[in-house]
Design a protein around this ligand. Structure first.
Ligand code: ADP
Ligand code: ADP
Ligand code: MG
Length: 506
């Protein structure tokens, strides 16, 4: 029986978990760093404890401190969210040792799937299709060169412990592979503490398609269909949707079954994701398991009606999954845009500070998971994700129309966001016909289109300033207080920055 859950995370996902606890009548406990004293999850949780300085290594990544708070406040379970310690087998083990339920897989499973190379080799042995590449980690560059000659360039150098798009390097020929291998070894060592590298054939014109998994302690293994996550920058997802325009019902069943088999092989417990790449010849290749709740889990919630966080808590408390595979139906279409505090016009440079005001959209079919509120802080210490904008529709067109409305209504003052980029994508012909691939942004020169949109905004802005000046003259002549009368008409003038104006659609 779980009565109290400590949420070992921050931001929108911490709020998401508080809400699930509330619905289930479970007490929730927040932890917060110096930077997050005023955060929304801290205000919403039943209890909140300070964990340390803003730097994650001194707060949200401190296993000892978190377990200590968990024990002192009497938490029965810990929900790790995503990122931070969510896939850390030592953390799961520490929870177990102190008698606290870790809401996720066992530490053994986390260790297995956390080593991407080992996991891939195990799945290959079991007949799961994987991307051609090394069967184990490569200690020396000479071995990598031999293998690259065998499978053919281009190849990717990957870190066995990489994640969040980090630790992946492309090599088109021998000399480059030597350089990248060396760089990757150093990077992997400093970022993940270990330099285990492997290589993989770099596939071209691919889609990233993943399956949501759920498995209980009795071994019931189900999939909740796919999510298409091909719109990415630097191997990180930006827009996700379900269903994928590239998956027909037969493929959904076939790959879904492979995904549930992957969960069985790794003795998986709770919610997870099996990630695949799909090439132009419709072949699917397994790449990794994400052993946690996924950022984009609400996409699946909208098309299946299943609350994944509540289900996670129920499975962690020993309950079996209350439905069968055949009970699940994929209903309509859901699209998610990850709103990041980054400037899409300047190579996604992070943008942070206080948000004096914001307008969060709503309306038919709209869901926004966010930690924003007027006056909140967007910190440079943490992940740049500030909100997830989701729309559900009976079909893709309806969902797309709703996302577009919501993007036009979404306003975040004081920082740059990825909203202008999504406004461009949502009207892009390739996006509309579902011609997606992981190089989508480059292939369709999306950034050129964002810049054109920005220029049009500038032009409109200049016209507006001229119009306002003319109006000013007329009004002054009439002896009327110009300020009052023009405020409404020159809305764009007050908006300050360029990208903010774009956020407003003017
Ligand atoms: P998702 O599909 O859930 O977004 P990601 O692989 O992008 O999966 O990771 C989710 C979150 O966890 C992101 O916020 C990412 O920055 C973070 N993350 C994942 N793995 C790592 C890692 N090894 N090091 C640092 N951050 C990570
Ligand atoms: P991470 O653990 O960082 O999420 P993944 O292995 O899941 O790393 O890959 C992240 C992204 O990198 C994929 O969605 C895809 O865009 C790209 N990628 C990974 N492997 C390959 C490959 N073999 N060929 C081409 N692109 C790949
Ligand atoms: Mg991945």
């Amino acid at each position: 029986m779980i009565n109290k859950i400590l949420i070992a995370n921050r931001g929108e996902i911490a709020i998401r978990v508080v809400r699930a606890c509330r619905e289930l009548g479970i007490k929730s406990v927040a932890i917060y760093s110096d930077e997050d004293t005023q955060a929304m999850n801290v205000r919403l949780a039943d209890e909140a404890y300070h964990i340390g300085p803003s730097n994650p290594s001194e707060s949200y990544l401190r296993i000892d401190k978190i377990i200590d708070i968990g024990e002192k406040c009497g938490a029965d379970a810990i929900h790790p969210g995503y990122g931070f310690l969510s896939e850390n087998s030592d953390f799961a083990l520490a929870c177990k040792k102190s008698g606290i339920i870790f809401i996720g897989p066992s530490s053994e499973t986390l260790e297995l799937v956390g080593d991407k190379m080992r996991c891939k080799a195990m799945m290959k042995k079991a007949g799961v299709p994987v991307v051609p590449g090394s069967d184990g980690t490569l200690e020396e560059v000479e071995k990598a060169l031999d293998l690259a000659n065998e499978i053919g360039y281009p190849v990717l150098v990957k870190s066995a412990y990489g994640g969040g798009g980090r630790g992946i390097r492309l090599a088109n020929e021998e000399k480059q592979l030597r350089q990248e291998f060396e760089m990757a070894a150093m990077e992997s060592k400093s970022a993940f503490g270990r330099s285990a590298l492997y290589i993989e054939k770099s596939l071209s014109k691919i889609r990233h398609i993943e399956f949501q998994l759920i498995r209980d302690a009795e071994g019931n293994s189900l999939h909740l269909f796919e999510r298409e996550c091909s719109i990415q920058r630097r191997h990180q997802k930006l827009i996700e949707m379900s269903p994928s325009p590239a998956v027909d019902p037969e493929t959904r069943d076939r790959i879904g079954m492979i995904a549930t088999k992957i969960a069985d092989i790794s003795d998986y417990l709770n919610a997870g994701t099996a990630e695949f790449l799909r090439d132009d010849d419709r072949n699917f290749y397994f790449i990794e398991i994400n052993s946690r709740l996924q950022v984009e889990h609400p996409v699946t919630e909208l098309v299946t009606g299943v609350d994944l966080v509540k289900l996670q808590i129920q499975i962690a408390s020993g309950k079996t999954i209350p439905f069968k595979q055949s009970d699940l139906k994929l209903n309509g279409c859901a699209i998610e845009c990850r709103i990041n505090a980054e400037d899409p016009l300047s190579d996604f440079v992070p943008s942070f500070g206080t948000v004096p005001s914001c307008v969060i959209p709503y309306g038919p079919g709209i869901r926004v998971d966010t930690y924003l509120f007027p006056g909140c802080r967007v910190s440079g210490y943490y992940d740049s994700l500030i909100a997830k904008l989701l729309a559900w529709g009976r079909d893709f067109d309806e969902a797309k129309g709703r996302v577009k409305n919501a993007l036009n209504e979404f306003y975040v003052e004081g920082i740059q966001t990825t909203i202008p980029l999504y406004k461009t994508i949502i009207d892009d012909p390739a996006f509309i016909i579902g011609d997606l691939s992981t190089d989508y942004l480059d292939r369709f020169k999306i950034f050129d289109k964002v810049h054109i949109m920005a220029k049009e905004y500038m032009k409109k802005n200049v016209d507006a300033i001229v119009a306002t000046a003319l109006l000013h003259n007329v009004l002054v002549k009439r002896g009327i207080d110009m300020q009052q009368k023009t405020n409404k008409r020159s809305r764009w003038k007050e908006k300050g920055t360029f990208a903010q104006g774009l956020n407003y659609g003017i």
